[in-house]
Design a protein around this ligand. Sequence first.
Ligand SMILES: *[C@@H]1O[C@H](CO)[C@@H](O)[C@H](O)[C@H]1NC(C)=O
Ligand SMILES: *[C@@H]1O[C@H](CO)[C@@H](O)[C@H](O)[C@H]1NC(C)=O
Ligand SMILES: *[C@@H]1O[C@H](CO)[C@@H](O)[C@H](O)[C@H]1NC(C)=O
Ligand SMILES: *[C@@H]1O[C@H](CO)[C@@H](O)[C@H](O)[C@H]1NC(C)=O
Ligand SMILES: *[C@@H]1O[C@H](CO)[C@@H](O)[C@H](O)[C@H]1NC(C)=O
Ligand SMILES: *[C@@H]1O[C@H](CO)[C@@H](O)[C@H](O)[C@H]1NC(C)=O
Length: 308
Amino acid sequence: MEQLLLCFLLFISCFSHANCTKDQPYNAIISFGDSYADTGNFVSLVKGVLPYDVFEHLPYGMTYFNKSTGRGCDGRLVVDFIAQNLSLPLVPPYFSKGQDFHTGVNFAVIGSTALSLEYFRQRNITIPATDTSISVQLGWFNQFKTSICNTTDSCKDYFSKSLFIFGEFGGNDYTFVLSSGKSISEVKSYYVPVVINATKEAAESLLELGATTIVLPGNLPTGCIPIMLTLYASTNKSDYDHLGCLKHYNTIGYYHNIKLREAVVQLQLKYPKAKIIYADYYEPVIKFLKNPDKFGELFVINGDINYK
Ligand SMILES: *[C@@H]1O[C@H](CO)[C@@H](O)[C@H](O)[C@H]1NC(C)=O
Ligand SMILES: *[C@@H]1O[C@H](CO)[C@@H](O)[C@H](O)[C@H]1NC(C)=O
Ligand SMILES: *[C@@H]1O[C@H](CO)[C@@H](O)[C@H](O)[C@H]1NC(C)=O
Ligand SMILES: *[C@@H]1O[C@H](CO)[C@@H](O)[C@H](O)[C@H]1NC(C)=O
Ligand SMILES: *[C@@H]1O[C@H](CO)[C@@H](O)[C@H](O)[C@H]1NC(C)=O
Ligand SMILES: *[C@@H]1O[C@H](CO)[C@@H](O)[C@H](O)[C@H]1NC(C)=O
């Protein structure tokens, strides 16, 4: 499963963007995505089903919560920083019991894909997870909706005051497609357009239901992600860039983001009254790798992990 250990603080440019007002404009955050956004769904969903209890122990949660929370991260996720910045409670996972979802709900699941399990099965691509893909998360959202609003108008009213964060999606799809033996160029020419289409269609369905602000985060530099560096480690130095990333793999995330921005522009043209915002998750990671000291470099003393 991808992206379990990578959870940097990433920046969403919206909050310094002219589109965004200074006043508190949102009553709730509604989040979808994978491990970059999951605040605890995965651990609830797999409890007693899969032997993945790693997220229930330190180092997960170590640097902020001082206990594991089900985040695939040692600290906070992007969605946590956004919630805190908007003075909203941290966004509760949909599958946690007894939560109040009136200020937000999170449908993201570690390992989630844009495309369905069935899509991969039909192409003999193995994915080591149950189906928590975009369409499944939208199904949960539709269920959730009935507890929040009853009529088209009341839903529109509620969602117009919600901040939707949709993604990142795609990173896991590409990991699974690559591990099934497809080439980087096939990922770009064939799978990126399908993933972008699924993402765009889903965002559009939220806009149709009344979402008026939706953030679409892009992919990270694929070749800088630990799982890629592990699976595709090379003895040929020229496969790496000056930051130690696998440069050919980086082109996947880069290309995905170009296509996602095109989709965002198309949605903006179709829904001119909505704020549809592309969030860059690519360049911040490059910045972290260039200047880790500026962001709190991790170091290990006698087996203990510490931060500067
Ligand atoms: C973190 O948790 C541990 C174990 O539960 C506890 O001993 C420690 O005091 C906590 N540290 C802080 C800073 O809360
Ligand atoms: C939210 O972020 C903005 C822009 O970085 C900053 O000016 C503001 O102080 C933050 N607000 C809170 C409550 O963290
Ligand atoms: C998937 O694998 C099965 C069994 O090996 C084979 O019959 C089928 O043609 C394969 N399908 C694709 C799309 O490769
Ligand atoms: C929706 O309608 C049902 C039945 O009229 C009612 O019990 C429920 O409280 C309503 N839910 C909301 C969120 O208004
Ligand atoms: C785009 O996505 C929609 C909804 O998931 C699907 O019905 C349609 O077939 C997709 N189109 C392409 C070209 O993949
Ligand atoms: C290393 O990779 C470069 C370009 O990717 C290639 O031109 C070169 O032949 C490779 N060297 C070896 C020893 O495989």
